[in-house]
Ligand binder design. Sequence first.
Ligand code: SF4
Length: 459
Amino acid sequence: MKYFIITFGCQMNKSDSERIAFLLERIGYKKTPNEREADLIVINMCSVRQSAVDRVYGLAKKFTQIKNQKSKVKTLLTGCISKKDFLRFQKFFDYVLPIKTLKIWPEILKKKGGYYLSNQREKEFLEKFKCDYLKIKPKHEKNFSAFVPISSGCDNFCSYCVVPYTRGSLICRPHEEILEEIRDALKNGAKEIWLLGQNVNDYHSNSKLKSQKSKVINFAKLLKMVNDVPGNFWLRFTSPHPKNFSEKLIETMAKCEKFTPYLNLPLQSGDDEVLKRMRRNYTAKEYKNLVKKIRRVFKKIRKSIYKKGFPEGFALEDTISISTDIIVGFCGETKKQFQNTLKLFKEIKFDMAYIAQYSPRPGTLAEKFEDDVPKDEKERRWKLLQKILQKFALSFNKKFLGKKILVLAEEFKDGFLIGKSRHHKSVKFEGKENLVGNFVLVKIERAFPWGLKGKLIEK
Ligand code: SF4
């Protein structure tokens, strides 16, 4: 029996797909790179944008054709599924199952199909089977990079966001379990650990260790614990929320030498009225001050750690690269309000940004607001930010020209290796395939807005 998984969306979904792969292989399935060979096709969907949902519709129709030609193939839909889509998708798939019920999939897959578990029934199942799907081991897609979820769900209910409805309330994993998963990943060759959570700052777990002065492990403490795990690896996390980003966390990030100088800090809008309607619980000024503080404290602490100079490959180690997420054309966003976002965007000079045009998500509070910014105006605002971003991203990337930086080689294509730097910049250079999964030293020769090109320094 063969399986084929298609994953949409964020790292959390990618991480979930790694757990699905482990479970399917445990019950005898083998992975196939060809969907036409598969006996089970799994789609792990994302509902954050309508465009991602539309792509699942497209695929659902395609798989219906495959099923018509090969009657035994089964299709399964999981991931972030809104209530509305849950009903719509039932006619296309044999199984529609919330990811949290993963532990009982082996039983469900024995059934013929036509098996659908709504979020309501998911709760019954979770109580009955006490299944915690994050206890299932992942089969990492790439051994050298491990996504490690520290929590699932979110209680923040930003008005535009579907996640609290599709993933449910925040549940934090015990820190011992997280540390064990990290140690396992390192044993299997991981060079990069990504801690994942919808809002990592909300993380809390209770310590059973008597030696811990405080019993509650918050995110800053967890980060320090992960940093203390022996091994040569890079530590990253996503995503934090600006509303509860503590000073302690900023200090810890800077002091943890395995934590790389890269942070994604979602802004969403630079206008206070819009932020209020989005229910983000911070103002533009608070966000700006937070970025200033992160940059200042990070620089000061890293400078004091590396008084004698940065180690080889650690160029600009005291300069944290900050990227952000922005939504343009949110309900009621006037031209003036967008100008405020533009102004803040220019002031902060983000090194990277993921800019999205607003689309209403079913079941959210914002779905009840009027989606009144026309499509072409959303496009215009998106292009304006994108143009400014190009300028800032290029100017940041130029700082690496002539410098030797460490890169984690991630893939090999047409004689070139492509990897990520400590600042999470994409770097391309000539090299051999056997270097994939290794840290290598690269001298940067060219800078572009979306990446760097360089020459491998042979040791
Ligand atoms: S913090 Fe807000 S945007 Fe992020 S997952 Fe939670 S509700 Fe969604």
